[in-house]
Design a protein around this ligand. Structure first.
Ligand code: GAP
Length: 443
């Protein structure tokens, strides 16, 4: 973990937030390369959900949330962790994460601590006009269920997917970006007919495993955890967690839950007409029936299958898998981030052999502009004049190709392309460069 943290800071992937004022615990900023990698992860997820499935629609809902949403979702009552204080060191911990140094007899009895952040809405600070920062992106998918059905004419089974910020006032944020207070989630709520839910749940587990493999997280690094009944969230009939061997230990990467008809049922009016199967509280505030009508006129509430992954945990797992220290012989080594090319923050670096040679530099610029137009991601002109140093840097940040423009290039319109993983160098004609890059990114 220390090596990853150091690489992230050194190369501009991740910084401690508000660092110049001592930081803010459990909050991080993504730097110039971090934001590229993060966007590429989100794009890979969005592509696999929305562009590859015509039965899934996207959504981008608000973060500020009406408290009634989180009352009926059950978060006000249940979204809490047990917290203890240590009378000896004066620190506060999640009850299951007390360090060994704190003695049992110094700990207070556990108290429940609600993890939701509140903020004032409007100019009055009277304690009444507040909103929550959403603790999961899922709830606004449920509250928009009817809007999406009405505007897209979707019928079951279909899904609504969203990527966005979520906030949790974690008692003990830790392990770099693994457990933080502000993070992003990639969540799909897939609505199905009751009775078909169990098979569809299993099929989403398989689809999600394949997605992780496509991002460079191999099946051998993931185990499936069948969450036992006593650990299930209040809405869940069954949850399978994908557990990954993070540098600090095996922990949850993604949860895939069968949320039954709890959420839509709980947010609905006239619940008594809807044949709701889960145990929901009476809703006197909703103005909508989040249900579907059968041809015979009967109403029912769809069940929901929810694959829910955190972007930060995806980032950490992906760089952990990609990070390699390779022995080059002669007591030399290199750090290389073997990211899948579609995730690489920079797709290609164009390096003029001589930084002050106008002709070489302007040909390099032309190549950069030509390749940039492919729209595959960032192509950078690396005009340092130091090829060795540029190779080292681009190995460390996972750039799949380095393209060197030399004197010969001016005559034969060819360049030397160096492959990040094999370090093999190939001479490629200018007009073939785009296809060369396309092949690598799309393979
Ligand atoms: N909508 C369901 C839900 O939110 P969850 O298991 O609490 O379920 C889903 O969260 C995913 O969000 C987790 O698998 C994890 O990847 C990510 N996540 C949750 N809390 C997090 C935190 N404090 N920091 C970073 N990621 C977190």
């Amino acid at each position: 973990m220390d090596e990853l943290v150091s690489l992230c800071k050194r190369r501009g992937l991740i910084y401690q937030s508000s660092d110049i004022y001592g930081g803010l615990q459990g909050v991080y900023d993504f730097g110039p390369l971090g934001v590229e990698l993060k966007n590429n992860i989100k794009k890979a997820w969005w592509d696999s959900m929305i562009y590859q499935n015509d039965d899934i629609e996207g959504l981008d809902s608000a973060i500020l949330t009406n408290p009634l949403v989180l009352k009926y979702s059950g978060h006000e009552d249940t979204f809490s962790d047990p917290m203890v204080d240590c009378k000896s060191c004066g620190l506060r911990f999640r009850a299951d994460q007390v360090p060994d140094a704190c003695k049992e007899e110094d700990l207070t009895e556990p108290r429940q601590f609600n993890l939701m952040f509140k903020t004032n809405v409007g100019p009055l600070e009277d304690g009444e006009s507040f909103a929550y920062l959403r603790p999961e992106t899922a709830q606004q998918i449920f509250t928009n269920f009817k809007n999406v059905v009405d505007s897209t004419s979707k019928s079951l089974p279909f899904g609504i997917a969203q990527i966005g910020k979520a906030f949790r006032n974690e008692i003990t944020p830790r392990n770099f970006i693994f457990r933080v207070r502000e993070f992003e989630q990639m969540e799909l709520e897939y609505f199905v007919k009751p009775g078909t839910d169990e098979d569809i749940h299993n099929s989403w587990v398989q689809k999600r495993l394949k997605w992780w493999v496509d991002q460079g997280v191999p099946m051998e690094s993931i185990t499936l955890y069948e969450v036992p009944d006593k650990e299930l969230a209040h809405y869940s009939k069954r949850t399978i967690d994908l557990m990954y061997k993070f540098p600090h230990g095996v922990e949850e990467l993604e949860g895939i839950a069968n949320r039954t008809d709890f959420d839509l049922g709980s947010h609905s009016k006239k619940q008594e007409d809807l044949n709701i199967k889960s145990d929901v509280s009476e809703n006197k505030d909703s103005n909508s029936k989040l249900a579907v009508q059968e041809e015979n006129g009967e109403w029912f509430v769809p069940y929901v299958i929810e694959p829910s992954a955190g972007v930060e945990r995806a980032f950490l797992a992906i760089i952990n898998e990609a990070y390699n220290v390779e022995d080059l012989g002669d007591a030399k080594s290199r750090i290389v981030l073997k990211l899948k090319p579609h995730l690489a923050p920079i797709k290609a670096a164009v390096i003029p052999l001589k930084k002050n040679n106008e002709e070489i530099v302007s040909f390099a610029k032309l190549i950069k502009e030509h390749m940039q137009k492919l729209g595959l991601g960032r192509i950078i002109l690396e005009n340092t004049g130091n090829i060795g140093k540029s190779y080292r840097k681009h190995d460390e940040i996972g750039t799949p190709l380095c393209i060197t423009v030399d004197f010969e290039s001016l005559d034969d319109k060819s360049v030397t392309v160096r492959d990040r993983d094999s370090m093999k160098q190939t001479r490629v004609k200018f007009e073939k460069l785009n296809d060369f890059l396309l092949n690598i990114i799309k393979s």
